[in-house]
Design a protein around this ligand. Structure first.
Ligand SMILES: Cc1ncc(COP(=O)(O)O)c(C=O)c1O
Length: 337
């Protein structure tokens, strides 16, 4: 946890307050979200990203609906079928593109399934920002996809587990890249940017938020001691820590990418646009650094590249230590400089 979040939690622990979100910390966090997004949005706090995505989508869909998403999206590949489970059978309609970003053609192709009553009816479009492959949709790309969604009568959900990194990368306002570009509901990630746990579900279209608290309760996501989720957001949002940390982790990823150029055989797989670097490494080098304790996935997206993530507290020396281990694995006689 970053110090701002820890400090807010310690402060929130000082007194007793009413439960289930009827408390000053939750009110303060809600106000901060409205300031950050420059609109009267409705905000809810849940424990994790899977629930945040599924509950957000559930508020847009009936069980017979379909959600268009990327083939490599977290909801499709990494939530153990939770969208179908939460939404009582809703179908995911995966679309494919290279690089993790959906485009108009892919969305239209996924939408062109049968529309008679024997088939699931497409009802929502879910975009991940930043994407699972570390790329970032520009504001105009989101605007164009939202326009297609409107034409096809789809609501727009954004999986923003790394939304902060996307905003830092684009240097735009959060409003510009969400509701002003046509996003209806955002799952805003805290855990990957300095929070201990917790994600916020932000409804720009307040009508969609009807019964959301009931859905949270029913699915075990309504925290009785809500202030310990919401206070973390006060720590992140009040003095801009969320953006500073996201800028920092993006900067560390840029540094890591530059350092990887020194490693013979290392090849960057996707454009590095936020805090993730995807790199294809010689097999023996990947195994050697893993044996020294470095941990990374190599099954996110196509091609088996190592997914290297930089965090809010990654330092240049962390990167240097990793690169030194990689260099000694690929060329044992070279002294890292
Ligand atoms: C794109 C994306 N969405 C959502 C999540 C949230 O998942 P969790 O339920 O583990 O908090 C993750 C976590 O890896 C993710 O990468």
């Amino acid at each position: 946890m970053c110090p701002e979040v820890m400090a807010a939690l310690v402060e929130a622990n000082a007194h007793h307050v009413p439960g289930y979100g009827d408390d000053p910390w939750t009110r303060r966090a809600e106000r901060l979200f409205r300031d950050v997004f420059e609109t009267d949005c409705e905000v809810f706090f849940v424990f994790n990203g899977t629930a945040s995505n599924c509950l957000a989508l559930w508020s847009l869909c009936e069980s017979f609906h379909g959600v268009i998403c990327h083939r490599h999206s977290h909801i499709e590949t990494d939530e153990c079928g939770a969208p179908g489970f939460f939404m009582h059978g809703v179908t995911l309609l995966p679309a494919d593109t290279i690089g993790g970003k959906l485009d108009e053609q892919a969305v239209r192709a996924a939408h062109q399934t049968r529309h008679d009553f024997h088939a699931p009816q497409p009802r929502a479009l879910s975009l991940t920002q930043a994407t699972e492959l570390g790329t970032v949709y520009t504001t105009s790309e989101i605007g164009a996809l939202s326009a297609v969604a409107r034409e096809l009568k789809l609501s727009v959900h954004m999986d923003g587990a790394r939304f902060s990194n996307a905003v830092a990368s684009l240097t735009v306002s959060p409003a510009e890249v969400t509701w002003r570009a046509g996003v209806d509901v955002l799952s805003f990630g805290g855990t990957k940017n300095g929070a201990g746990m917790g994600e916020a579900v932000v409804f720009f279209d307040r009508e969609r938020a009807d019964n959301f608290r009931r859905r949270c309760k029913q699915s075990g996501q309504l925290a009785s001691k809500m202030r310990f989720l919401s206070a973390q957001w006060v720590g992140l949002l009040e003095n801009g820590a969320w953006l500073r940390y996201a800028e920092h982790s993006n900067r560390m990823a840029a540094y890591l990418e530059r350092q990887l150029e020194r490693v013979p055989g290392a090849k960057i797989s996707f454009p590095r646009e936020a805090n993730a670097v995807f790199v294809s490494l010689p097999e023996e080098a990947a195994a050697a650094v893993a044996s020294k304790g470095w941990r990374f996935y190599n099954d996110v997206g196509p091609g088996g590249a190592a997914r290297l993530m930089c965090a809010w507290d990654t330092t240049e020396s962390d990167v240097d230590a990793f690169i030194a281990d990689l260099l000694s694995a690929v060329s044992p006689n070279v002294t890292p400089g």
